[in-house]
Design a protein around this ligand. Sequence first.
Ligand SMILES: *Cc1c(COP(=O)(O)O)cnc(C)c1O
Length: 358
Amino acid sequence: MILLNKPVAPNLIKLNSYLEKVNESGWYTNFGPMHQALTERLEDYLGVKNLLLVSNGTLAIQVAAKALNISKSVTTPFSFVATSSSLLWQGMDIAFSDINPDSLNISTDMLEQVWEENPSYDSLLATHVYGNPCDVQKIEELANKYNKKVIYDAAHAFGVNVSNHSVLSFGDASTLSFHATKVFHTVEGGAIVFKNKVDYDKAKNLINFGIQNDGTLGEPGINAKLNEYQAAVGLCLLDNIDGIIEHRSHLFELYRKELKDAIEMPVWHESANYNGAYMPICAKSERVRDIISAGLTYNNIQFRRYFYPSLDQAYPTVKSFDCEVSNSVSANILCLPLHTYMTEADVYKVTSAIKEVL
Ligand SMILES: *Cc1c(COP(=O)(O)O)cnc(C)c1O
């Protein structure tokens, strides 16, 4: 069986030595030394400032939206459900706007039209889907022109750069998920990277019930802190992150090379590096999708219809500007196995199985 995904396991000897330190200090959560160390190492590794660790990637989106004080957001229908459900859960108004058929990220042409014709939307929440950066330059231009805030759901984009700048440095905030299935993880966890220190400061209070630095109560907050045990897992895994990303992106490139004449795949941002987070393929029709699915199943290869359904279908009462591309793409897209423990031989098994049925 070739698994779709397999979380990276921390070295237990190393992890134990961190956990012993936590036990000795008795400081288990609330911005302790592990939290501090992981924050510093992540800021250094990712080349960003104002990084706030949080307890998961869903709360990261919710807290970022609160900290930036946005209330009505245009968003992508082609993403993991949490991109929309997070904002809907806190009663925010959102509207879906279609994706670009090549990159599968939010269409900037559509976005411009939506912002032009609907001035009440104060922001954008866009996903760098599969770790493929959005057109960040064009979005910045539009956000400046229409005076909108931008949050990127960068849950897939750990370690991705655009022209040697971290993709997390674009927008007013970028959110990360450190769920066990992601390229880098803390079992459950996440982070928000803010452009401005004031927003970071506000968010740091918000994730601790809204308690201010002087101990008084500010606007109501939530509990979204990452604890010391989880931060310790992050410190262990960060030691190997370069090798992990190098291996995964190598497998990703091998997949793309082997499949380039056989099937369509998303077009990647030309100035971005790969992080090997996901391996999506786009079948031409439902029939082809089913033939590939059957071939993979027959060969004991896991795969997933990811992302399906298009989120405007999942939430039909939510406002939706035309989402035709997202609907047609999500009908036929499949994600192939890609994880840290896969080998080149596994990739060849998957690509052969696909080419054979095609
Ligand atoms: C994983 C993921 C999330 C949610 O992150 P959690 O840490 O599981 O809450 C949000 N958005 C996207 C695009 C994701 O892939």
